[in-house]
Design a protein. Structure first.
Length: 206
C-alpha cells in the first residue's frame, strides 16, 4: 500500500510540473498576443487547448490528491489495524508460551505419574509374589502344625499313660516301703525278744 501511495505522489508531482509548464506557456502566449497579432489565431487555439489541458490536469491532479487523501486514510487504518494485529500476535505468542510452559509442566507430571504407575505396578507384582510365597509357607506351616499337634497329642497321651504307670509304681513302692518298715519292726521286735530270752536263759543257768 505504501508503494502505491508513493507512486501516486510521484504522479501528482509530475502532473504539477506539467501544469506549471502549461501555465507558464499560457502566460507567455498571452504576453505574445499583447505584443503582436500576426499569429493571433494560432495562439488563440493554443491558448484554448492549453486552458483545457490545464483544467484537465488540474482536475486530474485534484482527483489524485483526493485519492492520496483516501489512500492516506486507508494507510492510517492499515497501520492501526497492523498495530492492533501485532499486539494480538504478541498476546497470542505470550499465551502460546504460557500454554507451552503449562504443557511442559503437565507433560513432566504425566511422565512422573507414569513412572509412579510403573513403580506401583512393579511393587504390586512383588507383593503378589511375596503373598504367594507367604501363603505357601503358611500352608506348609499349617501342615507342620497339624502334624506337631498330632504328635503332641500322641505324646501327651503317652505321658499320661506313663504318669499313670508311675503313680502305680509309686504306690507299689509306698506299699513295699511300708512292708519293709513293718518287717524291720517285726525284726527288731524279734531281736528284742531273742535277747530277752537269751538273758533269761543266762540268768537261769547261772
Amino acid at each position: 500500500m505504501e508503494s502505491q501511495l508513493y507512486k501516486l505522489k510521484e504522479t501528482i508531482n509530475i502532473l504539477e510540473n506539467e501544469l506549471n509548464k502549461y501555465k507558464l506557456f499560457y502566460f507567455r502566449n498571452n504576453n505574445i498576443n499583447n505584443s503582436g497579432q500576426s499569429n493571433e489565431e494560432s495562439h488563440i487555439i493554443e491558448l484554448v487547448d492549453s486552458k483545457k489541458l490545464i483544467k484537465s490536469l488540474t482536475n486530474e491532479n485534484n482527483i489524485l490528491k483526493n485519492k492520496i487523501k483516501l489512500q492516506d486514510k486507508y494507510l492510517e487504518e492499515y497501520k492501526s489495524n497492523y498495530k492492533r494485529v501485532q499486539e494480538q500476535i504478541v498476546q497470542v505468542q505470550q499465551q502460546f508460551e504460557i500454554q507451552n510452559e503449562n504443557f511442559s509442566i503437565i507433560s513432566d507430571q504425566h511422565h512422573n505419574l507414569e513412572n509412579d504407575k510403573l513403580y506401583h505396578l512393579k511393587t504390586i507384582l512383588e507383593l503378589k509374589t511375596v503373598v504367594h510365597q507367604l501363603t505357601e509357607e503358611k500352608v506348609k506351616m499349617d501342615r507342620e502344625k497339624d502334624l506337631l499337634e498330632s504328635k503332641l497329642s500322641s505324646f501327651t497321651k503317652s505321658i499320661e499313660s506313663k504318669d499313670l504307670e508311675l503313680k502305680k509304681y509309686l504306690k507299689l513302692m509306698d506299699n513295699l516301703k511300708n512292708d519293709v518298715i513293718s518287717l524291720e519292726n517285726d525284726k527288731n521286735d524279734l531281736i528284742k525278744e531273742i535277747e530277752s530270752n537269751t538273758n533269761q536263759l543266762k540268768k537261769y543257768f547261772e
